[in-house]
Design a protein around this ligand. Structure first.
Ligand SMILES: Cc1cc2nc3c(=O)[nH]c(=O)nc-3n(C[C@H](O)[C@H](O)[C@H](O)COP(=O)(O)OP(=O)(O)OC[C@H]3O[C@@H](n4cnc5c(N)ncnc54)[C@H](O)[C@@H]3O)c2cc1C
Length: 440
């Protein structure tokens, strides 16, 4: 499969890297050949792909994660649209971890990359030869004043699909709204799956249309009015898809509040920062996409770049300063849209390059920024955005069948609703799915 990947342009001196890495000869006690921080989408995918190489014995690889559950997060949008039961989308984390791994069900507290070690939150020190840092993003609910309280209040009409606890509240609120202003927000800055803030809006719109509460042809006479308040100046970061989504917004009578970044919630008032200053809008239902960023323990470490993400080369996924440190997924500095789909393409590159590095060979796999966002535009239709670095479309089915993926299709909807959750738990996190490259 790596024949298809571009050979890394700038070949680095293997000797240079080798001299920097300190190796301990065996995995024993708290010494491991590879330590993977995070057992989420990237952590499980990468650790299992490493295991499939056949090069690791019992406890050579350690996975560290404090969570009790592993979640299929892309499914939370479907829960918010009333299409899935959230309990079906999670599994106990320890049931997904191969018995050949040493599993530390703890959080990492600090990194000491110059010592090839890290410290758990309980104070235990773990040593490694190679470190894979994949703890995802932190959701900063408190960055929007009033949001934590509004989410916790079962009776409030404020919700978010960005949390297991509230993704079903999102659908309850959509179902209960009979009239008034519905506002959907997207913040300035990095979020997981940048399309999700509007996917939930399109599903809600369709729900209200079917219930006779919203008429896209005559929104001003409809009981419900819909606004999309986004920190971005456009509907989506990739021009090809943004044009289509902007036209859809206009055709469906959704108000666009661009460059509006939610600051605070006060009762039924949403307060936004905008180029014209603070703007207050009354709402009857509010769907919030919270602000997100790097975890503190990553941001405050020497592994982080200025923005707090693990500072890796955008093609090799290797750390720019510490050659035995690697990262992918949401925690990495890779300048692409943060999705599980991106992890499918990043993981084989990281694994290949890490194994090459162990053998003292040059890194020959290169990540091109591939990511994907199945944009649900109504019940039964999905626009399948797939692109690489620079927002350049890289469409699997476009290339295969010559179709335009910017056109919402029923087949893509079934990919999103049924195929992706199935392939995720049965193949991807077991290390056997390469996204557009198919089964591994
Ligand atoms: C609402 C929503 C919709 C989405 N829709 C899509 C979609 O349609 N398509 C798509 O491809 N992607 C989608 N995504 C994004 C996708 O889920 C993420 O990009 C993906 O899960 C990132 O994987 P990750 O391993 O980097 O992070 P995660 O899967 O979040 O895993 C991070 C792991 O690190 C652990 N961790 C945290 N702190 C520590 C610590 N101190 N020490 C050790 N471990 C720690 C966590 O417990 C967690 O298990 C969506 C996400 C959301 C929330």
């Amino acid at each position: 499969m790596f024949q298809r990947r571009t050979v890394v342009a700038a070949k680095r001196s293997v000797a240079q890297w080798r001299s920097l890495a300190t190796a301990s000869p065996v995995s024993s006690g708290r010494n491991h050949k590879i330590v993977v921080v995070g057992g989420g989408t990237a952590g499980l995918t990468i650790s299992h792909q490493l295991l499939h190489s056949g090069k690791f014995a019992q406890d050579d690889i350690a996975v560290i994660d404090p969570a009790a559950w592993h979640h299929y997060q892309p499914g939370w949008t479907l829960v918010g649209g009333g299409l899935k039961d959230k309990t079906e989308l999670r599994k106990p984390l320890n049931s997904l971890i191969d018995p050949k791994f040493k599993f530390y069900n703890q959080g990492v507290g600090t990194f000491s990359p110059t010592e090839n070690a890290l410290t758990l939150e309980n104070g235990d020190k773990i040593n490694y030869e190679h470190l894979v840092v994949v703890p995802g993003l932190s959701i900063n609910y408190g960055a929007i004043k009033g949001l934590p309280e509004a989410l916790a209040d079962r009776n409030s009409t404020v919700s978010t699909i960005y949390s297991y606890d509230t993704c079903d509240k999102a659908f309850r609120n959509i179902e209960n709204l009979r009239g008034g202003n519905a506002i959907f927000t997207q913040p300035v800055g990095v979020v997981k799956c940048a399309g999700a803030p509007q996917k939930i809006m399109w599903l809600a719109l369709d729900h209200w249309k079917r219930a006779g509460l919203y008429n896209p042809a005559n929104p001003s006479d409809s009981p419900i009015k819909i606004s999309f308040a986004t920190g971005l100046p456009m509907m989506f970061g990739v021009p090809k898809y943004s044009v289509v989504l902007e036209q859809m917004r206009k055709d469906r009578g959704v108000e666009g509040l661009f460059q509006h970044d939610l600051l605070a919630i006060d009762g039924k008032a949403a307060i936004f920062a905008s180029p014209e200053g603070e703007v207050t809008r009354q709402f009857d239902m509010l769907h919030v996409t919270p602000k997100m960023g790097a975890h503190g323990f990553v941001k405050n470490s020497s592994l982080a770049n200025e923005a707090g993400f693990v500072d890796v080369d955008e093609h090799t996924t290797r750390h720019k300063k510490f050659p035995n440190v690697w990262s992918a997924g949401d925690a990495a500095s890779l300048p692409t849209s943060k999705t599980a789909a991106a992890v499918t393409a990043e993981s084989p590159v990281l694994v290949r390059n890490l194994l090459q590095s162990i053998e003292g060979k040059e890194l020959d796999a290169s990540y091109d920024g591939y990511t994907s966002c199945p944009l649900v535009t109504q019940y039964g239709k999905v626009l399948l955005a797939e692109f690489k670095y620079g927002g350049v479309p890289k469409e699997t089915f476009g290339n295969m069948f010559g179709i335009d993926q910017a056109k919402p299709r029923r087949a893509f909807y079934y990919l999103k609703k049924d195929f992706f959750p199935w392939v995720y738990y049965n193949y991807m996190i077991k290390g056997n799915w390469g996204g557009p490259d198919g089964f591994l």
